[in-house]
Design a protein around this ligand. Sequence first.
Ligand code: 0GY
Length: 289
Amino acid sequence: MDKDYLPFHPNPSKPAFKLPAGAVDAHCHVFGPADVFPYAPERKYTPCDAPKEKLFELRDYLGFDRNVIVQATCHGKDNRALVDALKAAGDKARGIASVGPDITEAELAEMDQAGVRGVRFNFVKRLVDNTPKDVFLGIAEKIKEFGWHIVVYFEAPDLEDLTPFLKQLPTTIVVDHMGRPDVTKGVDHPDFQRFVNLLQDNENIWTKVTCPERLTVAGPPYDDVVPYGKALVERFPDRVIWGTDWPHPNMKSHVPDDGKLVDFIPRIAPTEALQKALLIDNPMRLYWG
Ligand code: 0GY
């Protein structure tokens, strides 16, 4: 593990918010254990092991029923830890993989069988080297045959350049962490409005209203992130999903308490109907439909 890497919270609090039965944690990861599933040689960070057993324990402790496990960059395109976790979870988990242009139909079919339902394209420069857009478009053509979708991770300043590419993608797209806005600017700032307009203009684009712990400047309980999440949940109630982002790779400011993260949910989704859409109906449609 990197010297400055912050391991996940050892004993998160019990959330005050009681999750509805059937709730899905739609963004989380498994890391290692490294002696079974080594980290990728091209990785930009080395995390603390966060094996599937710990994730499933947290799922039950917080009151979630299901997980969507997202391949993280520290495992590169080696999806073995992900597939192993999916097989162990059975119907309680689905996955998002990371693949290269050489992926075969047989390999995709095998991952589909294990519960993978999409791929992630990452544009965050501190996490990955650049991949040419043509490569991503080639992968998109292959995975669309399986009815999969594409998760994209980028930061707000890159949205303008990326928009023409996003419009070319032939599947449902899910944008990680609200497109990572700068929350000091306000929801009315043109940068966040560009993101809102992207969803407004493209009905195939969804977003995860996740990661107040990454976006915050004020720190817990993340008051400064509430207006962003709430704006998206209320405007696009059938295209938002939520996840813990456990085990929170690359946090520098603090170690998030997963119980407190769950307590963030009713602040951005204040009614039972919005909570049901965010936590159950939307992720179930996208991953279990
Ligand atoms: C996240 C965020 C981060 C890392 C990764 O794949 C990854 O390594 O996604 C990050 O450092 O912002 O969603 O887990």
